[in-house]
Design a protein around this ligand. Structure first.
Ligand code: BGC
Length: 764
């Protein structure tokens, strides 16, 4: 296996920050839960976290956040009476790795204690086949005869940011399995974790204490002999469709896994991973650095893809911990969703189902926010119910330790349109209208309704305007006519109109029922009017530059460097009321450029170039979402070196783990799935020049000079394709099982791709 499929280190750095970052880099996950890349013997001090998807809890007035489960993977060894840990014992050798092929974490450590060397080896995976299940293979070898004690079981001393979330933690041993049951603090949801081992050496006793439910295995280890055992743990909560109780489900699950055995569990897990990579891998020939970073980014998305049927989405810090409240932002629709839509639609649909599930919350928010609106105003930070987890004072000021008023929650209204756009893209690219019928159309109409009630009609100008908002650039709050937001709102009206038109033709009865249900008949013609009369800032006639919002040009022109030189505290926030960026043209992240990318067909190359060149030097990239937008537009306008640099920036963010971990006083150290999605988009949309539309797929390649070829798979209208772009041509293989032929337009040349037939077309 080459290192393009592996991330590894041969060093253990005994320092908290490094342990935290490594925990992110080496995390494994399976959509149901994430397990940080910490060592078996670690605990809450080392930020061990098994973060569960889609189950949240709140303690007092602190932030609601996802629940971390008790650690069923806990294993600690004592050698001749002394406990062994990488934090306190001499480490002679240490290696740990993450296999990207199948999300298996491995570590091997040689410890020296009292003149003896103890080797610990473990392999861990969270089953991609059975999402509630985790599996570990663990072995110990002492170079000299020694008394070895292995303590393993469930550690329920849980690392929480704003906990404790689990109450009444009660440990048990039942029919050989260990169990910890608890209920969540806020909603009293049941959470159970069970553990079983397959072990045939030593003498086992049961031990409770220090928030651990353990089996202690004592043995007189022979010199040089390796003792191996297997460990299975399972987590169940009330969010799972369990037939009996969560306790029984967890116990049954570990028993079944134990009966099946480690190798078979691994085989089933691997089979799922083979499928994932078959769908989603992107090969870059000629550039190992880019290849590894991109593959790692794709890996990060695959491990957190929601479990089928769960109606869960992906938080901004994925499942790497409780950071950012485990909340779902626009990051999902705008940055991650395209990857799933083009490669793995059964996951894309789940992300959309989450928005349908949380429509009621979005309606509540619309009603109660500001002066009160109609329709659906999606949460800026969304959790289980869709009510907003974002607070009005969302960032702490490191100087005064007071919370700063931010308007992310009440003014970042583009979120609703981002959802509507993704919903419609799903229909357009899959051709599958079932999502529209199961609530997607309702979401779209309610988002349009929200914008209609948010917009102002200026009689004198005969136009609608969207005022008092925050665009993607969060350093400038409460601005008027933000180009991105207005364009997204306009697109939402267009999409609502197209939805009505489609349903009228194909499902008139369903349309009538929906219109009646949400009493929207009177408003439908207004959406048509608003789509035409909504004002979106236009390119300046001379320069081609689009003003980001009204009066942006009046702000002070300064450089990012100059601004940063004026910072007094490394974590000070540049936005909100007093931030250094507020009176200046320095922006946090791609905003107009983001719009030019999202609506790339509506703007000429000249306009894109003018805006890219204007805004690029004024962008601080204070968000990990920024680089990929600059990368994609750079590719579009032929600035390939720039595109490449920004591509590496977005693709390497999590593998390098050099990101900032504080904004103001808020800890936000975790992984960046939006940037990971941006890496995939830059490779396929940017350098590959791929864009799927309603009628055909167009490919306008602009391969980076280092790259010999770029190869990937994609799904279009339910059919699969393999695409290979070389310096001169594009080869498309339509899967033999495809249902029909599809049109591809490669650099203006049209080609029909029939099932099973390879096609190749010269583009240079
Ligand atoms: C960015 C937002 C983003 C959020 C979560 C913020 O720093 O400005 O655009 O949605 O982080 O990633």
């Amino acid at each position: 296996m080459s290192n393009l499929w592996k991330v590894s280190t041969d060093r253990f750095t005994n320092e908290k920050e490094s342990i935290m970052r490594n925990g992110n880099v080496y995390q494994i996950a399976n959509g149901y839960m994430g397990y940080r890349g910490t060592l078996d013997e670690f605990g809450p001090d080392e930020l061990v976290g098994i973060t569960l998807a889609g189950i949240f809890d709140r303690v007092g007035d602190a932030w609601r956040e996802p629940v971390n489960a008790p650690n069923g993977g806990f294993i600690k060894v004592a050698l001749d009476g002394r406990e062994i840990s990488a934090r306190s014992t001499t480490v002679k050798n240490h290696q740990q790795s993450l296999n990207l092929e199948n999300a298996v974490f491995e570590r091997e450590t040689d410890y020296v204690s009292q003149g003896k060397t103890l080797k610990i080896k473990s392999t861990r995976f969270l089953s991609a086949d059975k999402p509630n299940l985790g599996v570990i293979k663990y072995s110990v070898t002492s170079n000299k005869a020694a008394k070895v004690k292995i303590s393993t079981g469930i550690d329920y001393n849980i690392w929480d940011l704003n906990g404790p979330h689990l109450l009444n933690l009660s440990p048990k041993k039942k029919n050989g399995a260990l169990l910890v049951h608890a209920v969540t603090n806020e909603a009293s949801k049941n959470v159970a974790i069970a553990e079983a081992v397959d072990l045939n050496f030593g003498k086992e006793t049961h031990k409770l204490g220090n928030k651990k439910n353990l089996r202690v295995i004592s043995l007189d280890a022979e010199a040089g002999k390796t003792y191996t055992f297997y460990k299975y743990f399972a987590v169940y909560t009330d969010n799972d469709p369990v037939k009996t109780s969560v306790n029984e489900a967890a116990i049954n699950s570990v028993k079944e896994a134990k009966d099946l055995g480690y190798e078979k569990c691994l085989d089933k897990h691997n089979a799922q991973w083979t499928k994932k990579w078959e769908y989603c891998d992107v090969k870059i020939d000629g550039d190992d650095e880019a290849q590894q970073a991109l593959r790692y980014s794709i890996f990060q998305l695959l491990i957190v893809a929601p479990v089928n049927g769960s109606k869960n989405s992906i938080p901004a810090r994925a499942l790497s911990g409780q950071v950012y409240k485990g909340a779902i932002f626009w990051d999902t629709e705008m940055f991650m969703f395209p990857f799933f839509l083009y490669t793995y639609p059964e996951k894309a649909v789940e992300l959309m189902r989450y928005r349908i599930k949380t429509l009621a919350g979005a309606r509540r928010k619309a009603k109660t926010e500001g002066v009160g609106f109609r329709g659906a105003f999606y949460a800026w930070e969304s959790q289980e119910t869709g009510d907003d987890a974002c607070t009005y004072f969302n960032i702490g000021d490191p100087f005064t330790k007071r919370d700063l008023r931010t308007h992310f929650r009440d003014k970042q209204v583009h979120i609703s349109g981002d959802v509507a756009i993704a919903m419609w893209e799903y229909f357009k690219l899959t051709g599958d209208d079932s999502l529209l019928l199961e609530g997607g159309a309702e979401v779209i109409l309610e988002c349009a309704r929200f914008y209609y009630s948010y917009a102002y009609f200026k009689k004198d100008k005969n136009q609608y305007e969207i005022l008092d908002v925050i665009g993607p650039d969060e350093y400038h709050e409460r601005v008027n006519n933000n180009a991105f937001t207005s364009m997204v709102a306009k697109a939402t009206f267009e999409i609502a109109n197209a939805t009505v038109k489609y349903l009228k033709q194909k499902h008139p009865g369903k349309l009538n029922a929906l219109v009646k249900k949400i009493k929207i008949a009177r408003e439908l013609p207004l959406f048509v009017e608003a789509a035409g009369l909504l004002y979106v800032p236009q390119p300046d006639e001379k320069t081609g530059v689009i003003e980001q919002f009204d009066a942006y040009y009046k702000l002070k022109d300064t450089t990012v460097e100059e601004l940063k030189a004026r910072m007094i505290h490394p974590n000070e926030y540049l936005g909100a009321g007093q931030g250094l960026a507020v009176p200046t043209k320095v922006i946090k992240q791609a905003d107009v450029v983001m719009m030019l990318n999202l609506f790339k067909d509506r703007y000429s190359k000249e306009i894109k170039k003018a805006n890219w060149e204007y805004y690029e030097p004024r962008t601080e990239h204070g968000s990990s979402l920024s680089a990929c937008a600059y990368a994609m537009v750079a590719a579009d306008i032929g600035k390939l070196d720039w595109a490449y640099n920004y591509f590496l920036k977005t693709a390497k963010i999590d593998i390098e783990a050099k990101y900032k971990v504080y904004v103001g006083t808020v800890f936000m150290g975790g992984s960046h799935p939006a940037a990971n999605g941006g890496a995939w988009m830059t490779a396929v949309f940017g350098f590959g020049g791929v864009k799927a539309g309603e009628e055909h797929v167009s490919i306008n390649p602009r391969l980076y000079k280092k790259w010999k070829n770029l190869q990937f798979n994609m799904v279009y209208k339910g059919d699969r394709f393999n695409i290979k772009i070389t310096k001169d041509d594009v080869a498309i293989i339509a899967d033999i099982s495809n249902k029909r032929k599809h049109t591809f337009i490669v650099s203006g040349k049209s080609i029909d791709c029939a099932p099973g037939k390879p096609s190749s077309i010269k583009y240079q």
